[in-house]
Write a protein that binds this ligand. Structure first.
Ligand code: NAD
Length: 258
């Protein structure tokens, strides 16, 4: 079998948190195009349903749309149980839901701090733990967390201490779980994107003037697109990445190199 065939995900069952739009939607689309059935997990159930329908219609695969707040352990556990019940197993889990709040450290309220840490770090822990338990029983599975280049560098000029701290946490959580579960068949990796043109950036009025600055800061001179993260998602979800665990893939157009 050639490498392109090996990269296919036929028969695989996957889910993506924050899958309704942006990076999560692009990942879910890619998994379906590669042959997987995919559950779209999101707090925004209307958009999740639209995305699930769109992906099923385009690829003829089975999709699910499930409402879940990743900060709520009961909801997360119930959602993972539902996916396993409907699909029979879980081969790939993308813990991707995240938010950003841009407030100077001295002005950030404790509520704002906790909200970012809760969704971006605690949410990834709860989701990866619940999916990990299923995969440990199966003796196989791949977990992919969405970190960020902001887990490696401090963004400038916009302040985002909670976001940066949460993403650095996701990278070490990824490596910790990877080591604990390595011999049990469960792989854990993360992707660390640079600036990607999604609602997270495009809908934030205060960030729009910064796009020009980021383009000047970055060697490629442009933002990335969600589609430019699809190939790595397919690779990490499938068996051709069997030796890849505990890795953090920085895909940032060389932003963190300078
Ligand atoms: P987005 O805002 O376009 O989409 C995020 C999705 O997550 C939304 O559908 C939203 O409803 C969902 N979500 C938010 N809170 C949730 C919760 N508590 N439970 C379940 N779902 C929830 O954002 P995006 O740009 O696609 O970002 C996706 C991930 O990529 C995030 O973790 C983000 O931090 C990370 N990231 C984004 C960029 C970027 O430049 N866009 C760069 C690096 C990393």
């Amino acid at each position: 079998m050639g490498i392109i065939e090996k990269l296919r995900l036929d028969g695989k069952k996957a889910f993506v948190t924050g899958g309704a739009r942006g990076i999560g939607k692009a990942i879910a689309t890619a998994l379906a195009e590669a042959g997987a059935d995919v559950a779209i997990v999101d707090v925004d159930i209307d958009e999740a349903q639209k995305t699930a329908q769109e992906i099923a219609a385009a690829n003829g695969c089975k999709t699910l749309a499930l409402k879940c707040d990743v900060t709520d352990k009961e909801q997360v556990d119930a959602t993972i149980a539902e996916i396993r019940g409907q699909f029979g197993r879980i081969d790939a889990a993308f813990c991707n839901a995240g938010i950003c709040i841009n407030v100077p450290a001295e002005e950030m309220t404790y509520e704002q701090w906790k909200k970012v840490i809760d969704i971006n770090l605690n949410g990834v822990f709860l989701t990866a733990q619940a999916a990990g338990k299923v995969m440990l029983e199966q003796g196989a599975g791949s977990i992919i967390n969405t970190a960020s280049m902001s887990g490696h560098i401090v963004n400038f000029p916009q302040p985002q201490c909670a976001y940066n701290a949460s993403k650095a946490g996701v990278i070490m959580l990824t490596k910790s779980m990877a080591v604990e579960w390595a011999k049990k068949g469960v792989r854990v990796n993360c992707i660390s994107p640079g600036y990607i043109g999604t609602d997270l950036i495009n809908n934030a009025e205060h960030l729009k003037p910064l796009i020009k600055i980021w383009n000047e800061q970055g060697p490629l001179g442009r933002l990335g697109s969600p589609e430019e993260l699809q190939a790595i998602a397919v690779y990490l979800a499938g068996d051709s990445s069997a030796f890849t665990t505990g890795s953090d893939f920085v895909i940032d157009g060389a932003f963190t190199c300078v």
